[in-house]
Design a protein around this ligand. Structure first.
Ligand code: ADP
Length: 369
């Protein structure tokens, strides 16, 4: 339906007159009230670039709630990009100017259009700031996901295909057949792990990660069992030293998820110490009576500047030492979620070229949680 209305622009602000039959009970809806109710950040300027109105959402975006920007020239706006997008419309003009800009570390799509009287005379400019930070983050994640899928699925598939073809086409001695089948099994395992990681990340994203917590006073046994299982599957390059403090606090854990955390940390310790060496696992009582687990290797180490991003999805250190090692960059992001899902914390200490130690805590079970 086409409603007729009149826009009024004065020093007091902008108003909209609606004819009584179509208006609210009071007969008039103030544009200022409408603007205020809009959740998008919105700023109205006149043709002299004076700010006539800005809503609360816009004040939040600009961090300007304390300052009354009304009546000020747009030169008092901190963001040069915002001034530019508003300024682009000051001489009238048709259509909408769209520009991406960053304000206080969030990303926006700013759209400016000219406000016109029914006579077509331009009277001002309205600019809407749409927060696209989340959209862009999803976009970036999609790109990373595609790159990872492309690389991480293609590599094992190429190797599966190559070895399957060899086995199919040639009459190989039994020992070679077994060696190739072992590689095929290893690669299928890698693909299965990758798919589980993708599914876990998706569950975390959707807030659907659930924990089946059981109270145990023998957390050490679980770690011992997991390290033993893991060590059995490895070749001789690495040795595993385990130290478990007696009488650990009781903890409420989802045993499968804790095994997953240990598996991730242990396989990283192995993966990133290509020359082998000892891998130390300790389980002890922390000063504040929680359980603290550490997994230590003497591998390639982690550059200091990478530590902050280490637990982000898809993050992988990219240098000569890591390039030949496969991985999706999802393991530590999952570890963090799983540990924090138990109320614990995870962190890392590392020296490049010397080794790395990951720590995580599980809070003492005090009955109430
Ligand atoms: P992935 O192992 O699949 O690459 P992760 O999330 O488990 O993904 O690890 C992210 C990155 O952190 C790795 O790519 C690697 O660069 C670094 N990293 C993790 N564990 C270690 C470790 N023990 N030693 C050195 N670097 C590590």
């Amino acid at each position: 339906m086409n409603r007729r209305y009149t826009v009024l622009v004065s020093d007091e602000g902008v108003g909209v007159d609606l004819p009584p039959a179509e208006s609210s009970t009071s007969g008039v809806l103030s544009a200022a009230a409408i603007i205020e109710a809009i959740s998008e950040a919105l700023i109205v300027t006149d043709l002299n670039e004076t700010i006539v109105h800005l809503n609360g959402a816009c004040e939040d975006v600009l961090d300007a709630s304390g300052l009354d920007l009304r009546g000020h020239n747009i030169s008092s706006l901190e963001s040069a990009d915002l001034r530019r997008v508003i300024g682009a419309m000051k001489n009238g003009g048709f259509g909408t100017v769209v520009r991406k800009l960053t304000i206080k570390e969030r990303e926006y799509e700013a759209r400016s259009s000219v406000i016109r009287l029914p006579t077509d005379e331009p009277v001002g400019v309205v600019t809407v700031l749409h927060d696209i930070s989340e959209l862009l983050a999803v976009d970036r994640m999609k790109d990373e996901l595609l790159a990872t899928v492309n690389h991480e699925l293609r590599t094992p598939l190429t190797s599966l295909r190559g070895f399957a073809e060899l086995l199919y086409e040639r009459d190989l001695p039994r020992a070679d057949q077994k060696a190739f089948l072992k590689i095929i099994l290893g690669e299928t395992e890698r693909l299965t792990d990758l798919i589980s990681d993708f599914l876990d990340i998706q569950k975390i994203e959707a807030g659907k990660m659930r924990f089946q917590l059981d109270v145990t006073d023998d957390f050490g046994a679980l770690v011992r069992e997991q390290v033993a299982t893991f060590a059995l599957q490895r070749e001789d390059k690495h040795t595993f030293d385990l130290s478990v403090e007696p009488r650990l606090p009781k903890v409420a854990i989802d045993a499968d998820r804790i095994r997953q955390v240990l598996m991730n940390l242990l396989s990283n310790a192995v993966k990133f110490s290509p020359d082998g060496g000892p891998i130390g696992v300790t389980v002890s009582r922390s000063e504040d009576d929680n359980v603290i687990v550490s997994v230590r290797d003497q591998g390639i180490g982690i550059p200091e500047e990478a530590v902050e991003q280490l637990f982000s999805r898809f993050f992988r250190v990219d240098n000569r030492a890591t390039r030949s090692v496969g991985g999706s960059g999802l393991g530590l992001a999952i570890v963090k979620e799983l540990v924090e899902g138990h109320g614990g914390r995870v962190w890392v200490e590392s020296t490049l070229g010397v080794g790395t130690e990951f720590f995580f805590t599980i809070p003492d079970y005090r009955g109430g949680r």
